[in-house]
Design a protein around this ligand. Structure first.
Ligand code: UDP
Ligand code: MG
Length: 330
């Protein structure tokens, strides 16, 4: 059975439509499936819409987060609550074409374990968005040592790959890169990003910048090494200026150079501040990881994935991801 995981955040208009579209395609191809909706703390009627759809369509199961935990957490929750032999993750806005699912499933049947959807075209975007996405992917590709320039979250994973992903203990996950990092027999499938028909993208420029920084830091320590490089650079500058100042001192012209002093104080001051900021960011991330809070909290469930009674707010993460220890409640 194929489990299709659909993270949703304020997608009330898309639930029914996506469930129908995906169902039609998979039924048509004779693939048995379940749809796992993850309601990521939507503020509109998304959960009610999922409940309505589930009442009519026995393929639908769902979990509801207690608040918005972000798409990464939603995808992991979907994977943890899916019971299929393979799991596909796709957006709930039909920007990932359902017919590609069939293509992916056929590759899975041939024995591939990680089938990655790669974007043939990126869909409609502003020039600035395209340029910054390009820069982000160059950095992250270097960091993860995988070409990610056309990567997406649209993937189909074998049960073995899913279990491997769920074993990752880290809180700051980057699904797109982790799915390559785990290895296994991988192949990619091209697809065209469709246009969004209803609702709007949940990503503002600011949230994209935060997302980029977070993921670069979660995959690479290069920014911290830049601090060392900057240190050496400043040391070199110090040597040159030091020699110059000494020469001036001994030749009796030492009073001049006040501008140089101001400039040096400013430059070194900013380099130190930026460096501390970078190191501070890593420390903040370590702090988050050390606290070991669950990635998400589930408040409600529908369907076969109901391992606990409804309205039982549980520490789903630790139990389902197989990390040792009782949840924080007694
Ligand atoms: N999404 C989510 N939680 C969030 C933001 C988005 O589950 O905090 C879901 C959203 O409902 C959609 C998918 O992630 O199914 C992709 O979001 P969106 O279409 O806004 O992103 P874009 O396609 O613009 O990259
Ligand atoms: Mg979208």
């Amino acid at each position: 059975m194929l489990s299709v995981i659909l993270p949703t955040y304020n997608e009330e208009k898309m639930i029914r439509r996506t469930a129908d579209a995906v169902g039609r395609v998979l039924d048509g191809a004779g693939i048995s499936y379940e749809l796992v909706f993850v309601n990521d703390g939507s503020k509109d009627g998304t959960w009610e819409e999922i409940e309505r759809t589930a009442a009519e369509d026995p393929h639908v199961t769902a979990v509801c987060f207690s608040r918005n935990f972000g798409k990464e957490a939603a995808m992991l929750a979907g994977l943890a609550n899916a019971s299929g032999d393979c799991c596909a993750v796709m957006d709930c806005d039909l920007q990932h074409p359902p017919k590609t699912l069939v293509e992916m499933y056929r590759l899975w049947e041939q024995g591939y374990e990680v089938i990655e959807g790669v974007k043939r075209t990126r869909g409609k975007e502003s020039a600035l968005h395209r340029a910054s996405a390009g820069l982000f992917y160059r950095i992250i590709s270097k960091a993860a040592k995988i070409d990610m320039s056309r990567a997406s979250d649209f993937k189909l994973l074998d049960r073995r790959a899913v279990d491997a992903l769920l074993l990752m203990p880290e809180r700051n996950t980057f699904f797109r890169a982790l799915s390559s990092w785990i290895g296994f027999r991988a192949v990619s499938v091209e697809f065209d990003v469709q246009e969004r028909t209803e609702g709007e993208s949940k990503w503002s420029t600011w949230s994209l910048i935060k997302y980029a920084v977070k993921n670069i830091v979660s995959f690479s320590t290069v920014p911290m090494q830049c601090v060392t490089v900057a240190g050496f650079f400043v040391l070199l500058l110090a040597l040159v200026l030091g020699i110059q100042s000494l020469v001036k001192y001994f030749s009796g012209h030492a009073v001049e150079g006040f501008t140089t002093v101001i400039l040096l104080v400013l430059i070194i001051g900013s380099v130190i501040m930026i460096s501390l900021g970078i190191i501070g960011y890593y420390i903040a991330k370590i702090y988050e990881e050390v606290k070991g809070r669950p990635r998400y909290l589930i408040s409600r469930r529908i369907g076969s994935s109901a391992r606990k009674s409804d309205d039982d707010c549980e520490n789903a993460d630790r139990q389902e991801a197989g990390t040792a220890g009782e949840p924080g409640r007694t």
